[in-house]
Design a protein around this ligand. Structure first.
Ligand code: C2E
Ligand code: CA
Ligand code: CA
Length: 525
């Protein structure tokens, strides 16, 4: 049979095919990227001919469109889809949204909106169980009329999806003219999967997110593509990687065989809201799901910069992070639980600081969605250790600069470790503690060489490292003060002694002492 004969056969046998059940409803699942669960399917027509075998839509759809007959198939597919949904609802099985393909010609021949509505009434199912896929070529012609129809369908509560987005020449203009619920990125992008096509997909997803439009990638075939789509925050995936289209009756088998969670339509809105926050921006961002009853937390999405933050905290995998957060034996767990409850209750962004793996971590979260005991939180977890150390460092520099104005010599003493760190030395004394980072030896040297002989005995008991901490703790303000004459060996005043004020300050909460020395000579008036 040549192509021409085949086309004649299709046209002349269409009614028989519909009556005899040769036209079949096939399904190809749609997988939600953030949950990896079955979230619905696309309805695809197959013509199982008793003499010619399986005829694919690429063969019969174009002919029937040309002949003005495709509406018969499409109406059949709409009805069969709703029948299936109704059967599953009655059987208590999970139902997801199923999308059906409508051709331009449908809108010219029949009142599609009215037809779809009639079927909804007939089966008594919710409208959001059906999505209508339209192609660009459909929208480009007769635009004013189509804008009106699409608006009507959407205000009636139907989802309108744009098929093959990016395959036409004017995809972007449609986003301006029509309000759509979802765009299906054309298979061509994943087919080539070059740097350019990836950049286009990334930008398309970004743009769609900003416009509040959901995204679906068609023709997903490899794990690498799945990883990429997860990274850019594409909401849904469809393709041979999951499965080829199968007869509608095989849906339960698919869900069981793949051991896939099946999302029910009641939860679709909840996860759609989560998807709206799945944005691969430059600022760290995680989207997580929290089950309040079981107190279990699960990351749905981590952007690249959030992954880097977690890596800097020593968590190399997502599972690593989840394990720590969900581990009741981890001290962090109680904090996190209490914190998330607070975020849940306030409904606003809440920030918490905590120590994790010896790092200082800032976590900000807000509630994105909640239903029953599940919540979606949008969170940024940032390792601020470096910032904080820099800040403390800066503050310390500034404080030291102030100390320079007040004191001539500042040392940090640790009697227990027998160390002395020189912080400031303006005394002009180049002997003394500078050369002796061992505290006791340094004090001894300083006493013998720098202190006026008459003051040495007093100084020895004042600076006694063994009793220093004990004496400081007995004071009311943690300060010991003494006045001693110190040798100033430099320049013209060679060999002369001057009065200095010695302060020993106990550093609160530690066993360390700040030793501050300043000139105490009477000022000339
Ligand atoms: P489409 O709407 O873009 O449907 C997706 C097509 O891509 C399907 O082909 C599907 O089997 C195929 N596909 C899915 N995943 C992959 C993949 O990973 N790799 C590759 N290479 N292909 C994949 P199918 O079922 O042959 O349908 C072809 C076209 O026929 C559809 O393209 C759609 O435009 C049209 N069509 C199918 N059913 C209907 C219908 O009931 N009504 C109308 N009007 N058109 C239909
Ligand atoms: Ca389609
Ligand atoms: Ca398509």
């Amino acid at each position: 049979m040549n192509k021409h004969e085949m086309e004649r056969y299709i046209v002349s046998h269409l009614d028989t095919a519909l009556e005899q059940g040769w036209i079949k409803l096939y399904l190809q699942p749609l997988v939600r990227t953030i949950t990896d669960s079955y979230s619905g399917a696309e309805a695809l027509a197959r013509w199982a001919d008793p003499t010619l075998g399986m005829i694919m839509p690429d063969m019969f759809v174009p002919v029937l469109e040309r002949e003005g007959l495709i509406w018969k198939v499409d109406c059949f597919m709409v009805t069969e889809t709703m029948r299936l949904q109704k059967e599953r609802i009655d059987a208590g099985l999970p139902v997801g949204r199923i999308s059906v393909n409508l051709s331009r010609q449908d809108f010219e021949t029949v009142d599609v909106a009215a037809f779809v509505q009639r079927q909804i009434d007939r089966f008594g199912i919710r409208k959001d169980l059906i999505a209508i896929e339209l192609t660009e070529s459909l929208l480009v012609q007769n635009k004013e009329r189509m804008v009106r129809i699409v608006k009507e369908l959407r205000s009636d509560g139907f989802q309108i999806w744009m098929d093959d987005f990016g395959s036409g020449y004017s995809s972007l203009i449609f986003l301006n003219d029509y309000t759509l619920d979802l765009i299906k990125l054309d298979m061509g992008f994943l087919r080539s999967f070059t740097h350019t096509s990836r950049t286009i997909m990334r930008s398309a997803v970004d743009m769609a997110k900003k416009l509040g439009i959901r995204t679906l990638a068609e023709g997903v075939e490899t794990e690498e593509q799945v990883r990429f789509l997860k990274e850019i925050g594409c909401d849904m995936m469809q393709g041979y990687y999951y499965t080829k289209p199968f007869p509608a009756g095989s849906l339960p088998e698919f869900i069981e065989r793949r051991d896939m969670e099946a999302e029910t339509i009641e939860w679709t809105g909840f996860y759609d809201r989560a998807d709206a926050y799945v944005i691969n921006s430059d600022t760290p961002r995680a989207v997580m799901e929290y089950h309040r009853k079981t107190d279990q937390l699960h990351f749905l999405f981590l952007n690249q910069s959030e992954k880097e933050q977690l890596r800097s905290l020593g968590r190399t995998t997502v599972a690593d992070s989840e394990f720590v957060l969900n581990n009741r034996d981890d001290p962090l767990h109680a904090n996190v639980e209490e914190y998330l409850e607070r975020v849940y209750r306030t409904g606003e962004s809440v920030t918490m600081y905590a120590m994790d793996n010896s790092c200082f971590v800032r976590t900000s979260s807000r509630l994105a969605a909640s239903r029953e005991d599940r919540c979606i939180f949008v969170t940024s977890i940032v390792n601020v250790t470096k910032d904080r150390n820099e800040k403390i460092g800066k503050n310390l520099d500034k404080s030291l600069a102030d100390l320079v104005l007040l004191f001539d010599d500042v040392h940090l003493l640790n009697p227990e470790a027998d160390t002395a760190d020189n912080l400031i030395n303006n005394l002009g004394i180049n002997a003394g503690l500078i050369d002796h980072d061992r505290l006791r030896a340094g004090l001894q040297f300083f006493c013998d060489h720098m202190i006026y002989p008459e003051d040495q005995e007093r100084y020895r008991s004042f600076a006694d490292a063994d009793t220093m901490i004990g004496r400081l703790k007995k004071t009311s303000d943690g300060v010991l003060r003494g006045y001693f004459r110190v040798l100033i060996p430099a320049g013209d005043a060679k060999g002369s002694y001057r009065w200095n004020e010695f302060n020993l300050l106990l550093i609160p909460g530690s066993e360390k002492v700040l030793s501050c020395i300043k000139n105490a000579e009477p000022t000339e008036s």
